[in-house]
Ligand binder design. Sequence first.
Ligand code: SAH
Length: 476
Amino acid sequence: MNNLPLFFAMKDRPVVIAGGGLAAARKADLMVRAGCAVTIVAPSLNEDLAMLASEDRLIHKTSPLTADDLTDCVIAVGASEDGAINEHLHQLAKTVGIPVNIVDRPDLCDFIMPAVVDRSPLLIAVSSGGAAPLLTRILKARFETLIPSAYGRLARFAGDYRARVRDTLPRAAVRLRFWERLFDGPIAEQLFSGQEDQARELTEKLLQDVVTETGKATGGEVYLVGAGPGDPDLLTFRALRLMQKADVVLYDRLIGDGILNLVRRDAERIYVGKLPQEHAVPQEDISQLLVRLALEGKRVLRLKGGDPFMFGRGGEEIQALAEKGIPFQVIPGVTAANGCAAYAGIPLTHRDHAQSCVFVTGHGKDGKPDLNWEQLTQPRQTVVIYMGLSQLPGIVDGLLAHGAGADTPAAVVENGTREGQRVITGPLQDLPRLADGAASPALVIIGDVVTLRNELSWFEGEADSETNDPTDAKPR
Ligand code: SAH
């Protein structure tokens, strides 16, 4: 982030604007609406500003700008059509020591005035940090159509109840459920259609219901969610919905920041990751932790890389939950094989090259590969190896010894679908050498389909050992 978004309380606080044209009018309009005490310094005012002045909603000064105009002001805005006046204002503001914004001069701005969607008391401010003002206006227009004006009414209504709800429902997790039901149910609908009395009646009833329900034991639940191979765009809607609902999240090494940032902001985050060679939190402990948190009444999100049931030990985790009778949901995710295949341009099956595809792990129960070599060396088949990187030389030796062709096309996809995705391709016998030093996570794909990477014209870039921006590798 290049800027820190803040919403300042500006009611009755003096601000100064230089300029009397369109740009000044835009800024003045926002500032007047936020309750600022606005002084405009300009020889003349356009129609909108003159109207505001005639209604005493701002003060107009015609004398040239001096340091006195900035006395007591908390911020200054240079919106004059005369660049020299704006620069003069900038200098004065620096001397007096107040933040200043000069229209169309990002280099002279201490703060940005964002595009604003006003659903007071709800405000959405959009800024591109000066990089693309038009884009912020397009986004603002989208929000304007997306968010009904009644949301302001809903926010005000909630504000009226806030103190009471806090007193009546002292537990934060319970309050959260109350608000969720208020915002996403019949109460909001009544308000949107202007039925405030009915909404108040329903709110009283909801408050009562929640008090009664919390008297009984409230059971938690667990969401075992597949988060996909890394690109947040590959999350499912359901995953995102549950990520927004959870009270606590358990995640591991495969979950990148891009995805973690989409989890509810105030959810507790617990890292249970392990590197390939270590077991930071043993599997039994993770299962027990899930059980304990759910029994405390929490909504527990277990985020898994890829799909929870594909080499994800998801089965073991839900076994522990089922034994204790804890409700759970399993949400499938895009597994590494699908993600890597699509983003690297390697179809896993193809009528001319592969009629079957097998998924194996290079990491057997004791850490060494424990593979059915006969099965892996069948013709017209694609072999996908998860967790195969560290054992790659042994795996390749095994395949060659069981009849795999030394020239069988093979690939290692490192950081598939993520920024910095790298695809290394070459004949099977050379793969350990080519992939030496490749980073984890990495997926091994073996079979004739790998050659299609060279042919598929709908992918950008060269086909051999390169670094891809995953966004470039998507179909055009
Ligand atoms: N449940 C996961 C797999 C977990 S096992 C899934 O469905 O994808 C961990 C292995 O998955 C890693 O060792 C690696 O082989 C593979 N993997 C996971 N994410 C990957 C990615 N973004 N790129 C390449 N391989 C990945």
